[in-house]
Design a protein. Structure first.
Length: 286
């Protein structure tokens, strides 16, 4: 539910740009800023230090945040020394979509059919489902099983450390104030699937982080793909585009329809106990 008590889709109904109730053609002068900085809304899926692979369920009506399944089993990410679970608050930017039918000019790979991912590097541990206003710092281009999977690096504007990261290129400030964090981020994404028997992931630009301006342009392009998706100008396949607030979208439903969708969802039950393997540590060479 949003602040008005309406059931909404976290994928489609939360605005990308901070400070707005719904997506329209938002004049730039009205965007919420800190100084000269445009802020974005981030949806937290996974709190830092946890292992459950929670994500926006893009193929279910109203796109609830749920734990991912693989072969009928709940998914958890492995602990790879020296890390415990996710090393940032991990989530997504709403109203963005990496189009699998579009080949990225930069990476030469198609999108992965999901919203764009965010690693929030502030000092706070956030909650799953929390909406955080963030300023974007840079981007990492992960190539995951042949698909372009951009990882946006950001920090919550309410974080005590946010004001320290203010240089023109931001990523340099991250290296200054959080030494080793970006290198750990590359290692994490490189290795996180290896315990499942998969090969290491690779990166465009040899794992170099791109700066804020580059990252913002990537976000804007994925926002345009999302707009095409929500207005039936792009093929989303099995993605559910049901929404309550997107003006002009043919997928827009009434508040009553949204309430019925939520009420028809299965009743929550106690799941299986967490396997002891989730707390195992894995060691790999750097």
């Amino acid at each position: 539910e949003n602040a008005d008590g309406k059931y909404i889709s976290p994928f489609h109904d939360i605005p990308l740009f901070a400070g707005f109730k719904e997506d329209n053609e938002i004049p730039a002068k009205k965007l919420k800023t800190t100084g000269n900085e445009v802020l974005f809304n981030m949806i937290v899926e996974v709190p830092r230090w946890t292992n459950a692979k929670m994500e926006i369920a893009t193929e279910e009506p109203l796109n609830p945040i749920k734990q991912d399944l693989k072969k009928g089993k709940l998914r958890y990410v492995a602990n790879i020394f020296p890390h415990k679970g996710y090393i940032w608050n991990y989530g997504a930017l709403p109203q963005t979509w990496k189009d699998p039918n579009h080949t990225d000019d930069i990476t030469g790979c198609c999108g992965d059919n999901d919203p764009i991912d965010v690693c929030e590097i502030g000092s706070k541990i956030r909650s799953s489902g929390e909406i955080v206003q963030v300023k974007v710092l840079g981007a990492l281009a992960l190539v995951d099983e042949g698909e372009t999977d951009w990882k946006i690096i950001a920090i919550g504007v309410d974080d005590p450390e946010a004001q320290k990261i203010h240089g023109k290129y931001y990523i340099s400030d991250v290296k200054k104030h959080k030494p080793g964090y970006l290198e750990a981020t590359v290692d994490w994404f490189r290795l996180y699937k290896v315990p499942d028997g998969k090969p290491e992931n690779h990166f465009a630009f040899d794992g170099e982080f791109k700066d804020k301006d580059f990252a913002v342009e990537i976000i804007k392009s994925t926002h345009e793909y999302w707009k095409a998706l929500l207005h039936k100008k792009a093929d989303g396949g099995t993605i559910k585009c049901t929404n309550v607030l997107v003006s002009g979208s043919p997928f827009c439903c009434s508040e009553e329809d949204a309430r019925l969708i939520v009420q028809s969802a299965p009743v929550p039950v106690n799941g299986d106990s967490v396997s002891p393997e989730v707390d195992s540590w894995y060691f790999f060479p750097k």
